[in-house]
Design a protein around this ligand. Structure first.
Ligand SMILES: [Zn+2]
Length: 78
């Protein structure tokens, strides 16, 4: 049960983060973020041009994706 609550809270947190991020990005749509929201590191220019809405460096984006997949796989398993 505690596990379920944890998962729900995690999902909630991710959703809120996403909502805030897209909101912020919509406001700043004109200028793609130069610093990663995850680690504060610089986002490569190529990536900024390819995905101006990303807001994260490749490392953080991949880590995030992995976490997400892990989360959904786990919650779908039972
Ligand atoms: Zn990063």
């Amino acid at each position: 049960m505690v596990d379920l609550v944890d998962r729900a809270q995690e999902a909630e947190r991710l959703n809120t983060e996403d909502a805030l991020t897209s909101l912020r990005l919509r406001v700043e749509a004109e200028k793609p973020a130069e610093k990663c929201k995850g680690c504060g590191g610089e986002i490569g220019e190529a990536r900024r041009k390819a995905m101006p809405q990303a807001g994260r460096c490749i490392d953080c984006e991949e880590a995030r994706e992995r976490q997400r997949k892990l989360f959904y796989r786990r919650s779908g398993a039972r």
